[in-house]
Write a protein that binds this ligand. Structure first.
Ligand SMILES: CC(C)(COP(=O)(O)OP(=O)(O)OC[C@H]1O[C@@H](n2cnc3c(N)ncnc32)[C@H](O)[C@@H]1OP(=O)(O)O)[C@@H](O)C(=O)NCCC(=O)NCCS
Length: 444
């Protein structure tokens, strides 16, 4: 495996010509799939958030050079979400756009692509983000049914058509829902996380405690108004009479006892992962405006903060699928010329409590550093008081394509509140991928 030592590392002196500012960020509420957003596609959600973000920013639309957007579960009828979003907003139809994907790190990917374009001087203002509608996931025909449909379209006579239909069994007609399965291992995300919980000795109690705390922090963030400027209201179709204003998966009233009663999902007998300590299936969208620092200044905008460095890494999906953050974070920190201890806050995507706790364990492990990263020293421990201080994906939800952009806005706004200098963000993703970003606060 090639990690850590093999990545080129850059100190601050090598930073690119243009410093990349994040000037604004916004998201829709994150709603449980099958609920109030069920009639909105990912493109619809993306267009809603981009339109609102641009309008709120007051930036003239002619200032933008591009838009980069992603969704993880592909929509067969609108495969180029980036461009479709542009075409459904007030942005000029001449604005180039593209679609990007890095599984659950998709809108981190969109943001870092935008940052690269700006750093290189190829663009000076780019919108980046992502959306997901797991309510609108494509349902596939089984292989025999798909083949029969093709054969039917070619059959000339009624008896020929009847022959084709006669080949089908009842089970062939059943639609196939998309599986969150890792193609090379055949294990779902949840099963892979359960495997990590066992291999790393993460107890059920520790997972439930982590999930519980995250719910309390997210509930408190909403209560104290910390999310009100970063989440837009959405009128709910088809009647538009109801307005979705807040995330609807947060359970302020959850108790450790209630979490402890839930049945394990991915290994029903001996497992420790439950609906309560997993992120739920969610619909939503999030977007950012990135600009060169000069352009932000010229337009009279005050940046929320800056993208300082980033890194992507990968591990063998058959090993510990969701351990990617522990591989990516040291590289991003090296590239930033900073240490874990310099971070005022850390935002870690919570796919499952077992995954976060496994990542934290690897961050602090000398054995992991030596054996997996080829480094003499572990990154270190993260102070719990700095981790996911306003809750994470377990209570907030996880619309795959939107989570990264949600995290960047949430982290930068929190840095501003704390007058903090730096934040580390990490996201684990399918394929054994990991993403890490180091952000500078506006005052850094
Ligand atoms: C885990 C998962 C299968 C659970 O799905 P689900 O069964 O539809 O979940 P529900 O929300 O219906 O919850 C099941 C039960 O737990 C209860 N529950 C969930 N969270 C709870 C909490 N925090 N406190 C108390 N009860 C809770 C629900 O009320 C529900 O109870 P009920 O059956 O009495 O109604 C689903 O969320 C999932 O697949 N998550 C993982 C997604 C994933 O793999 N993402 C990729 C990772 S990057």
């Amino acid at each position: 495996m090639s990690h850590g030592n093999h990545h080129p590392t850059h100190g601050a002196e090598h930073r690119a010509a243009h410093r990349v500012a994040v000037v604004a960020g916004l998201r829709t509420p994150f709603l449980r799939s099958g609920g109030d957003f069920k009639d909105l596609s990912a493109v619809d959600l993306g267009a809603l958030v981009v339109n609102e973000l641009v309008a709120r920013s007051g930036i003239p639309v002619k200032e933008f050079d591009g838009l980069i957007f992603g969704q993880v579960i592909p929509a067969p009828l609108s495969s180029l979400i980036g461009r479709e979003v542009v075409l459904r907003t007030e942005l000029p139809r001449t604005l180039p756009a593209h679609t990007t994907s890095r599984a659950c790190a998709t809108s981190i990917q969109a943001a870092t692509e935008a940052a690269d374009q700006i750093a290189l001087g190829h663009a000076s203002a780019v919108i980046a983000g992502g959306a997901e509608s797991l309510s609108d996931a494509p349902i596939f025909a089984s292989r025999p049914l798909a083949q029969a449909l093709v054969a039917l379209s070619r059959a000339r006579s009624l008896p020929d058509k009847a022959k084709v239909i006669a080949t089908l069994k009842l089970k062939d007609i059943t639609p196939v829902p998309p599986a969150l399965k890792e193609p090379t291992t055949g294990l779902t995300m949840g099963e892979s996380a359960q495997k990590m919980a066992w291999e790393n000795g993460i107890s059920r109690a520790a997972q439930d405690e982590f999930a519980w705390q995250s719910h309390l922090k997210a509930a408190e963030a909403w209560k104290s108004g910390r999310f009100s400027d970063e989440v837009m209201a959405v009128e709910v179709p088809p009647r538009f009479a109801k307005i979705a204003r807040e995330d609807n998966n947060i359970r302020a009233e959850t108790t450790l006892d209630a979490l402890g009663q839930l049945k394990p999902v991915f290994d029903k007998r001996y497992g420790t992962i439950t609906a309560g300590n997993s992120s739920p299936l969610t619909d939503g969208a999030a977007a950012l405006i990135l600009m060169s620092e000069e352009k932000a200044r010229a337009l009279g905008l005050t940046p929320l903060g800056y993208i300082r460095s980033y890194a992507y890494a990968a591990t063998d999906p058959g090993d510990q699928l969701l351990q990617g953050p522990a591989y990516a974070a040291p590289v991003a920190l090296d590239r930033a010329g900073l240490k874990l201890g310099d971070m005022d806050i850390v935002e870690m995507h919570e796919a499952f409590a077992a995954q976060v706790l496994s990542n934290l364990q690897a961050f602090a492990s000398r054995k992991f550093a030596e054996e997996k990263l080829g480094r003499a020293h572990p990154l270190g421990e993260i102070d719990p008081a700095r981790l996911n201080v306003n809750g994470g994906s377990i209570p907030l939800g996880h619309p795959f394509g939107a989570t990264g952009a949600r995290m960047i806005t949430q982290a930068l706004r929190e840095l501003r509140r704390r007058k903090g200098a730096h934040a580390l963000l990490t996201v684990c993703a399918a394929g054994g991928l990991g993403a890490a970003v180091v952000l500078d606060g506006a005052e850094a």
